[in-house]
Design a protein around this ligand. Structure first.
Ligand SMILES: NC(=O)c1ccc[n+]([C@@H]2O[C@H](COP(=O)([O-])OP(=O)(O)OC[C@H]3O[C@@H](n4cnc5c(N)ncnc54)[C@H](OP(=O)(O)O)[C@@H]3O)[C@@H](O)[C@H]2O)c1
Length: 247
């Protein structure tokens, strides 16, 4: 199968392209580095010619509210139109668990706009909503840096290894379109600050990590129900300890 991975040079995209190639697929990484820009449309029609499946794991270079919304709206509209013209049979997108539950987070609003465009398009689709990646824990901690402390929310959190997200995406991309959404989360659920503290400790960072129910996550207060799957969800197989041991 020819599978074009938009954002195929990124964290998830590069792992996904490698996995699909291992499985014998004609997996192609498409991104600005290879002359394909989903926002401007540059190189998109040529990249999608003959593709059976497109997986969109691109990410916006700026998370400023207007910029990130424009990125996901424009790229999703361009992809929908170009895929329809190229008779692509399946569009797969990676979104985030709870995008519809935290409207105060600008990034989540942008991902929800992406999902809405995909659902309205003519191309059969599957949306995989993942929780936050273990690989993202360091950046989340830095966002809460306050002097010699790190202050982050204390709400429940269920992050996942990028490799487990990639396994799920590879399975979905090579299967039939769901025309629906699935959630995937990590195998362990614990207060947000505990995950961040374990990540910091593993990298030799001695700052104290404080869990504060009022601390914000990208500009919003979060509750135990904000970032975790509320219904049925697939679970990744990698516990944080296993992932930390590989650092
Ligand atoms: N971080 C999390 O915890 C989390 C959780 C759930 C879901 N997600 C979603 O996972 C997806 C992948 O995230 P990631 O961390 O793997 O991203 P990443 O490492 O930041 O990679 C971003 C990718 O997007 C590409 N890109 C940027 N602008 C583009 C454009 N105009 N057209 C086409 N491609 C473009 C980049 O290409 P170049 O290398 O050529 O610049 C790169 O390949 C995102 O959609 C994100 O919303 C993230």
């Amino acid at each position: 199968m020819k599978i074009v991975v938009i954002g195929g040079t990124g964290l998830i995209g590069s792992k996904l392209v490698a996995k699909l190639k291992q499985q014998g697929h004609d997996a192609v990484a498409a991104s600005p580095k290879s002359g394909v820009n989903a926002v401007t449309g540059e190189g998109l029609a040529a990249a999608l010619a003959g593709a059976d499946v497109v997986v969109d794991v691109a990410n916006a270079p700026s998370w400023e509210p207007a910029a990130v919304l424009e990125f996901f709206e424009r790229s999703s509209r361009n992809l929908a139109a170009t895929e329809a013209a190229a008779a692509v049979k399946h569009h797969v997108a990676l979104s985030i668990v709870g995008t519809d539950r935290s409207p105060d987070i600008a990034y989540f609003r942008a991902k929800l706009a992406q999902e809405t465009i995909i659902k309205a398009s003519a191309v059969p689709y599957s949306i995989v909503r993942a929780t936050q990646f273990f690989e993202f824990l360091g950046a989340i901690g830095e966002a809460g840096a306050a002097g010699d402390k790190i202050v982050v929310p204390s709400a429940l959190f269920q992050p996942i290894a990028a490799d487990d997200v990639v396994d799920c995406l590879a399975e979905i991309a090579t299967g039939r379109p769901l025309n629906g959404t699935i959630d995937i989360a990590g195998p362990e659920k614990a207060p947000f600050n505990e995950f961040v503290a374990r990540r910091q400790k593993a990298s030799g960072d001695s700052r104290t990590v404080v869990g504060d129910p009022k601390a914000q996550y990208y500009g919003a207060s979060i509750q135990d129900t904000s970032l975790n799957p509320l219904g049925e969800a697939r679970l990744g197989k990698t516990p944080l300890a296993t992932w930390l041991a590989r650092l």
